[in-house]
Write a protein that binds this ligand. Structure first.
Ligand SMILES: Nc1ncnc2c1ncn2[C@@H]1O[C@H](COP(=O)(O)OP(=O)(O)O)[C@@H](O)[C@H]1O
Ligand SMILES: [Mg+2]
Length: 249
């Protein structure tokens, strides 16, 4: 069966620094893959490159068997590849549900902004409601981001990604700043996504979350894959222990 995401030999440079160095990953439909590694290992850059936010020097990216490397970011999102940001990036003047409505339109470049103030298609409301139910925030639909806790804002960022009904969501440190109870409910929610037809690439430092929810792990260091496999094997890998798990972060 064709992998949902097949990345081969991806390389990204920042003015002379090779931040991602020949990275290859294969993510199957209906699965959750963890992408872990020390600070500066190239995890966020990998997400940026997959979404087209930074140019790749080399490599190929197939989504469901189709090359997406030459598509601009919004076309990749329409193809079903969406991401969250490490820094959340909500629209502060919009309500929670308006923040999600911005994500749901696919018709014209201005439609997201129109739909944010006057949604016309009920299907969008359904998508938004499903996304809010998935993260458990339906009761806060009319709240503003400033009324929410940090953990709730992070979940709105995740819900906004889910509202576009992606095939694959790339989550950049969704548990950062969450308390243990919030992290546990995030984990529960992530485990439900494959049933909704949404696969996940999860970047996070919280090893208990990553080990708990991921079917497979890919470990990167200095932009290169140093180990990959099922969590049980990867956590025992000596190179992983010395590069990351033993590092205490
Ligand atoms: N915009 C940028 N310009 C220059 N260097 C960058 C930029 N973003 C990240 N880097 C560098 O690229 C490397 C990988 O960074 P990053 O992808 O953010 O790592 P991670 O998300 O794993 O912590 C680091 O050495 C970092 O300093
Ligand atoms: Mg990062």
């Amino acid at each position: 069966m064709t992998a949902l995401l097949e990345v081969t030999d991806l390389c990204v440079d920042y003015s002379g620094l090779r931040a991602v160095d020949g990275l290859s990953i294969s993510l199957a439909h209906g699965t959750i893959m963890g992408l872990i590694g020390p600070n500066g290992a190239g995890k966020t850059t990998t997400i940026d490159a997959l979404c087209g936010f930074v140019p790749q020097v080399r490599g190929s990216i197939l989504l469901d068997g189709h090359p997406i490397d030459s598509l601009p970011p919004h076309m990749r999102a329409r193809a079903g590849l969406v991401r969250t940001f490490q820094s959340i990036e909500l629209f502060v003047d919009l309500s929670v549900e308006e923040n999600l409505l911005v994500a749901t339109s696919t018709s014209r470049w201005w439609s997201p902004f129109v739909d944010a103030v006057a949604p016309r298609r009920h299907v969008h409301r359904d998508d938004v409601n499903l996304a809010l139910d998935t993260v458990g925030l339906r009761s806060l639909a009319t709240a503003r981001p400033s009324d929410l806790s940090h953990g709730q804002r992070r979940l709105v960022g995740v819900a906004r990604a889910l509202a576009s009904r992606p095939k694959l969501v790339l989550l950049d440190e969704p548990a950062a700043g969450l308390d243990p109870a919030e992290t546990a409910s995030l984990g529960q929610m992530l485990r439900n996504l494959p049933e909704l037809g949404i696969a996940v690439l999860l970047v996070d430092h919280d090893m208990s979350l990553v080990l708990d929810v991921c079917d497979r792990l890919t470990v990167v260091d200095f932009g290169q894959v140093i180990a990959s496999g099922v969590p049980m094997d990867v956590r025992e890998d000596p190179s992983v222990i010395s590069a990351y798990l033993g590092g205490g972060s």
